[in-house]
Structures are given as structure tokens and as C-alpha cells.
Design a protein around this ligand. Structure first.
Ligand SMILES: NC(=O)c1ccc[n+]([C@@H]2O[C@H](COP(=O)([O-])OP(=O)(O)OC[C@H]3O[C@@H](n4cnc5c(N)ncnc54)[C@H](OP(=O)(O)O)[C@@H]3O)[C@@H](O)[C@H]2O)c1
Length: 347
């Protein structure tokens, strides 16, 4: 039977590499949909995919996960185009205005946490967040809530008796329990919104399994490792390209000690692609699937237990449901105001 795969944030980096890898597999009849914010880049990505796979079915969908109305409109479009979804990759993500903590870096360099620091960015990365026109924290809405809303809207396509569908989140090893607080799930008061949003996606994935497995929908989480993409280059935007090139041998060397330095989007997409080939019932809902690359350059996927618990995951799910109703109510009120100001007869 034909499979339908939708990937968010598919126009560059790990998302695009995943699409390339999926199409490189024997995927006759597969329908791939790239859900992207920047359509110019999306067109370029589609052309690149079609140049290596001319017979592939690759569609584009405009969607900005940091906008409620954009997500709802995109979901509507998906429901018109397809009657089922087999895979939904929740990959779009941002780490805006990252600040590199030089002091934290040197402190970590001479501590026993040096490998963890390089592997996860713990203690050296903070970000400056902002508020979207929806009134939500941008990182929270882009990385988590927009995707949550998308899943909720696409429920009829994802939940079907007699067959399974998979949700696959691109999380991070930077997802730390210490950065997340249930009472501040949007991370309005902290300096690590990225880590908070990724930890929240780990929690949410577990809750989605609790609520949807009976309906054939399964959720998993991956970590791509440390990959050189637009997102990582933006950590040091003033760093000239040649310095990154000079750093590459150091990164390759670090890989001898930590296999999480996957470095290329192709390697980073390993766990996403591995999950594409798995039976979702066989997966561990409490595990994060890591893309790993050995010192000799061999890719493999390894599950590692996440630092999450059922109670917090369920509480987060309830809070997201509550926020969802508030957001929908607000949107309805806005539409009613628009209708009434357009005068009688408008529908
Ligand atoms: N690179 C790493 O080392 C690393 C490590 C751990 C986790 N990750 C995660 O991997 C995922 C992919 O990132 P990447 O490293 O491949 O970086 P990337 O090349 O910058 O890709 C990010 C993708 O997300 C899209 N995106 C951003 N904001 C969006 C929005 N509001 N609506 C829709 N799409 C949006 C971007 O599209 P635009 O063209 O519109 O910006 C782009 O396609 C992210 O979730 C990231 O957090 C990356």
C-alpha cells in the first residue's frame, strides 16, 4: 500500500537529509510531503530531491509552526490532499539568538563534564526568546506547540483501526530536566528555552503513546547528535566559514571519544531513517533513539532511557490540551470580530 510521509522543517539540514535517505530506499508509490515555512528554500529542496529521484512524488506544503493560523490552514490542506498519514516527522526547530557562555566553556573544559559539555552543549548555551503574534513564547510554539496542534488536527488521518502510524520527534541531547518547569512550560522566565522545549517534546511523546497507542498511533523521539547545519552555524554567527573548516579536524578527533559527533546531516538523520523501517509496536516509549557515528565513520542507532516520568508527561499533556482550547477560543473570537466588522451578510 502507498505510504504517506510528512516532514516538517524539510528544506534544509537533517530534515532534508532524511527525505533524501527515504527516497533512496525502495519506496515505490511513496508520497513525500515537505512542510516548510520558507517556500523558496522548499522549492530548491524539492528540485534537489527530484534531480536524484526523478520518479518520486514530492509535494510541498506551506506551514509556519510558530503560527497557530498557519498550522491550522496547513492541516486543513493535508486533510484535503490525503486520507491517511503513515509517518509524521516533527523536525522543524529553532535555537534563536544563541549565546555562547565562554566562562561556562572554560569551566567545563577543566572539569569531569568535558565530554558531556561537548556532546550535549550543557552549561554553554543560552538563548534569547521572544513572543509570537499568538502571544506564545517563540521557541515553545515553533518546536513544540505548533507540532502538538498539527497532531491534534491530523488525528483523523493518523488514527485508523487496523493499521499503525508513527510520530517521530527530532529532540536533542540538550533536553535537560533541569531546564523544564511544568509551571513555566513555555519557559518565559529562563534562559534555556531550547533545552526546555526539547525536554517537553520527550515528555509529550510519552504522553502521546499513553493516549493514542490504542488507536494505532505511536510516538518516538530521536537525537541526531551534533550536526553541522544552519542551526549549529548560528551558534557562532560571527565565526568566519574558514574557522569552521579549521575546526572540523578537531571535531573528527572528538568523535574518537564521543560517537555523538555525527557532524553531517546524512549521519544525523540515521535514527530518523532507522525508525522509518521499524514496527512501532516494538519501540520503547521511554527511550530516545540516538544517531551515532563511530570513529571509523559507521552509523548506527542506539536507544537510551530518557530522564522522564509518566506523571509529569501526563500533566504536560493536560496543560497543552488546555492551552489548545484557549488558543482555539481566541482564534474564534478574532474571526467573529472580523466578521462583524465586515458587516452584515459576511459569512
Ligand atoms: N544540528 C544539530 O546539531 C541538532 C542537534 C539536536 C537537535 N537538532 C534538531 O534538529 C532539527 C533540525 O535542525 P537542523 O539542525 O537540521 O537545522 P536547520 O537546517 O536550521 O533546520 C531547521 C528546519 O526547521 C525549519 N523551521 C524553523 N522554524 C520554523 C517554523 N517556524 N516553521 C516551519 N519550519 C521551521 C527551518 O526552515 P526555514 O528554512 O523556514 O528556516 C529548517 O527547515 C531541529 O529540531 C533541531 O532542534 C539539531
Amino acid at each position: 500500500m502507498n505510504k504517506v510521509v510528512l516532514v516538517t522543517g524539510a528544506n534544509s539540514g537533517i530534515g532534508l537529509a532524511l527525505c533524501e535517505r527515504i527516497l533512496s530506499q525502495d519506496t515505490e508509490g511513496l508520497q513525500l510531503c515537505l512542510a516548510c515555512r520558507n517556500m523558496r528554500r522548499a522549492q530548491a529542496a524539492r528540485c534537489a530531491l527530484l534531480s536524484s529521484h526523478p520518479a518520486a512524488q514530492v509535494a510541498l506544503l506551506q506551514m509556519d509552526t510558530s503560527s497557530v493560523s498557519s498550522v491550522l490552514a496547513a492541516a486543513q490542506e493535508v486533510k484535503l490532499r490525503y486520507n491517511r498519514l503513515d509517518y509524521l516527522y516533527l523536525n522543524a526547530g529553532i535555537m534563536p539568538n544563541p549565546q555562547f557562555d565562554v566562562k561556562g566553556f572554560f569551566k567545563g573544559l577543566f572539569s569531569s563534564h568535558i565530554i558531556t559539555m561537548f556532546a550535549t552543549g550543557e552549561g554553554i548555551l543560552t538563548q534569547k526568546d521572544c513572543v509570537t503574534p499568538d502571544g506564545l513564547q517563540q521557541v515553545f510554539e515553533t518546536n513544540l506547540f505548533g507540532h502538538f496542534l498539527l497532531i491534534r488536527e491530523l488525528e483523523p488521518l493518523l488514527c485508523h483501526a487496523g493499521r499503525t502510524s508513527q510520530l517521530i520527534w527530532t529532540s536533542s541531547s540538550n533536553a535537560h530536566r533541569s531546564a523544564f518547569k511544568l509551571e513555566d512550560m513555555q519557559h518565559q522566565r529562563g534562559t534555556q528555552p531550547y533545552s526546555s522545549s526539547k525536554y517537553a517534546s520527550d515528555l509529550l511523546s510519552l504522553a502521546l503513546n499513553t493516549h493514542y497507542n490504542k488507536q494505532g498511533l505511536y510516538s518516538s523521539v530521536i537525537c541526531p547528535g551534533f550536526v553541522m547545519t544552519n542551526l549549529t552555524y548560528s551558534i557562532l554567527p560571527s565565526f568566519p566559514a574558514f574557522l569552521w573548516t579549521l575546526l572540523m579536524p578537531v571535531f573528527w578527533l572528538i568523535r574518537m571519544f564521543t560517537n555523538t559527533f555525527t557532524l553531517t546531516p546524512y549521519n544525523g538523520a540515521e535514527a530518523l531513517f532507522w525508525l522509518f523501517k521499524q514496527k512501532p509496536e516494538s519501540l520503547d516509549p521511554q527511550a530516545k533513539y540516538h544517531s551515532l557515528t563511530s570513529g571509523l565513520g559507521n552509523n548506527y542507532t542506539q536507544p537510551r532511557k530518557m530522564d522522564i516520568d509518566l506523571e509529569t508527561s501526563d500533566a504536560l499533556y493536560e496543560k497543552l490540551r488546555q492551552l489548545e482550547s484557549e488558543v482555539r477560543k481566541k482564534l474564534k473570537e478574532k474571526q467573529n470580530v472580523c466578521r462583524s466588522s465586515a458587516g452584515p451578510g459576511s459569512s
